[in-house]
Ligand binder design. Structure first.
Ligand code: ATP
Ligand code: MG
Length: 216
């Protein structure tokens, strides 16, 4: 008996990849309410990243419903997605261009103020300030450390100020010190947002755990 409606809801979702008989997800149900921070947990191959792919509208479920704010995730238009949710993966995927382009992805509806706030929130403003041309610096592999690239992923994800974050093992490849920097940025990014994180380290994260696949 919660007053508000779920931000994210899976109703009886069954899913198989094309040309594959295996049911990756079977009758999966969960709700995540506005402002909640939850962790999807489960062994490797359980289907955690698949749940995100369904939320991103990359696939449709075989049965059941995948809903974001009550809307079918698959029907959400591309141009609404960035302001609805931010998605961060294990690795940063660069695009050709400047530091600013990494954050905006060439979307000129993202204002200069949003770019700066995103960089600030990710904890990258100072590092960008020391680059020869700041946000206009062309991106080459040597301008940032591995952890800073991951912080740039966070800046990109929050640039359009989405209220939902989908985080898939985002600290998996980082050393302990860099992981702490990313976790600090995430703490800022998570404020006033609904956050779904994926981890296979059960108990390593805070917040409610949603088991995916059979209970381990
Ligand atoms: P991990 O913890 O290793 O990241 P996961 O829980 O995220 O695992 P998924 O990536 O969702 O698991 O994969 C679930 C199952 O679906 C695995 O058996 C995987 O091999 C399979 N799978 C994933 N993507 C595809 C695809 N595009 N086509 C076919 N099978 C796939
Ligand atoms: Mg995965």
């Amino acid at each position: 008996n919660r007053p508000e409606k779920p931000f994210v809801e899976l109703q009886n979702v069954t899913f198989s990849y094309e040309d594959d008989d295996r049911k990756i997800l079977q009758a999966l149900n969960f709700q995540v309410y506005p402002g909640e921070q939850v962790t999807l947990s489960g062994r490797t191959g359980a289907g955690k990243s698949t749940v995100f792919k369904l939320l991103l509208g990359l696939y449709q479920p075989g049965e059941g419903k995948v809903l974001i704010q009550g809307r079918d995730a698959f029907q959400i238009p591309e141009n609404e997605k960035r302001s609805l949710y931010g998605y961060v993966e294990q690795w940063f995927h660069p695009v050709p261009g400047t530091v600013r382009d990494q954050i905006t992805l060439y979307d000129d509806t993202i204002t200069e103020g949003q770019v700066r706030r995103a960089a600030e929130l990710a904890g990258l403003a100072e590092a960008i300030g020391t680059l020869p041309e700041g946000f206009d610096t062309p991106c080459t592999p040597d301008i940032f450390s591995q952890g800073q690239w991951q912080l740039l992923s966070i800046a990109r994800a929050v640039a359009a100020d989405p209220k939902l974050l989908l985080l898939d093992e985002i600290t998996a490849n980082l050393d302990a010190e860099t992981e702490r920097a990313v976790l600090r940025a995430l703490k800022r990014a998570a404020a006033d947002r609904t956050v779904l994180s994926i981890s296979h380290r059960v108990g390593a994260d805070t917040g409610r755990l949603i088991p995916i696949g059979e209970e381990s």
